[in-house]
Ligand binder design. Structure first.
Ligand code: C2E
Ligand code: MG
Ligand code: MG
Ligand code: MG
Length: 300
């Protein structure tokens, strides 16, 4: 991988030379710096898994949590996964890092189960396209379950459409292999790609997650409101569970509840938290005050 990085650096250098602009230079330098630092991030203990609660719109209770990776580097500070995950995808570091996330999160979830804090709670872990294309992915997941002792039905893997576009039949076969382990599958960032009802129905998903870009202005933007609503209708017609991401306001939660969305995730309830803080939240039996969230009258 050092050779690949060197080749990349040379390539970046060539591009910078050919189409020079100061921003490109800075971008390429940052990219290279991040790639180099990321290579040692695991060994240097710079990575951490945070947990964001997922809340039922029926009961207001926490029903699960999404594991979200955090990277804090002495030189670059806290780097967003939106920036470093794509780099790790490109250079292959996502494979060891992704496996570490899976193991860490499964062990953590098992501890919470043992403490009686999380018995019915489901852990959601993101899988990138590159991980999804690994022929031995099912074995990797099986190992994480076996080593942690987390029951398979307490694990859910989140996959985005980008993991499927290359070879749909192969992707469907991989999904079935994963489902055989007893885990759940969810389609992440729904609405950002081209997924249609017929396309989604070919995959053995258990859940659809509406992307936060539609949720953000669900109240003001009738087009995004319509997209979110039709995603809910679609999920229900396919007998899938449906969760909305990026819910920040009570008005959004009320809208989604009125349209019978099952669950939400977002800053309204809580951002992703370090394990210790998430544990406190669980121990406090904190819930979303659903009684104060009457539906907006559009209940069907
Ligand atoms: P995602 O899987 O769609 O995760 C949801 C993102 O929305 C997270 O960003 C979360 O912190 C953020 N979010 C949650 N609630 C709100 C809200 O109310 N408002 C706003 N504005 N944002 C909210 P984060 O943690 O920065 O992660 C970004 C993306 O990076 C994730 O999108 C996922 O695609 C990827 N990612 C994160 N951790 C991992 C990982 O362990 N493995 C892989 N492969 N990808 C990961
Ligand atoms: Mg996700
Ligand atoms: Mg998402
Ligand atoms: Mg996303």
């Amino acid at each position: 991988t050092a050779d690949i990085a060197l080749a990349r650096a040379k390539q970046a250098g060539r591009n910078t030379f050919r189409f020079y602009s100061p921003e490109m230079d800075a971008d390429a330098a940052r990219r290279l710096g991040l790639e180099t630092a990321l290579r040692d991030a695991l060994a240097n203990n710079e990575l951490a898994v945070f947990y964001q609660p997922q809340v039922s719109l029926d009961s207001g209770k926490v029903i699960g949590m999404e594991a979200l990776l955090r990277w804090n580097n002495p030189q670059f500070g806290s780097v967003s996964p939106a920036e470093f995950i794509p780099l790790a995808e490109d250079n292959g570091l996502i494979l060891p890092i992704g496996e570490w996330v899976l193991h860490t999160a499964c062990h953590q979830a098992r501890r919470w189960h043992d403490l009686g804090l999380a018995s019915p709670l489901r852990l959601a872990v993101n899988l990138s396209a590159r991980q999804f294309r690994q022929a031995n992915l099912a074995q990797t997941v099986a190992r994480a379950l076996a080593e942690s002792g987390l029951p398979a039905n307490a694990l859910e893997l989140e996959i985005t459409e980008s993991a499927f576009i290359d070879d749909v039949d192969e992707a469907i076969a991989m999904c079935h292999k994963l489902k055989k382990l007893g885990i759940k599958l969810s389609l992440d960032d729904f609405g950002t790609g081209y997924s249609s009802l017929s396309y989604v129905s070919r995959f053995p998903f258990d859940k659809i997650k509406i992307d936060q870009s539609f949720v953000r202005d669900i109240i003001e933007n009738p087009v995004n409101a319509a997209i979110a609503t039709s995603a809910i209708v679609m999920a229900r017609s396919l007998n899938l569970s449906i969760l909305a991401e990026g819910v920040e306001t009570e008005a959004q939660a009320r809208f989604l509840r009125g349209r019978r969305c099952d669950a939400i995730q977002g800053y309204l309830f809580s951002p992703a938290l370090p394990a210790a803080e998430f544990e406190q939240l669980l121990a406090g039996r904190c819930s979303l005050p659903i009684a104060d969230l009457p539906s907006d009258g559009k209940q069907t």
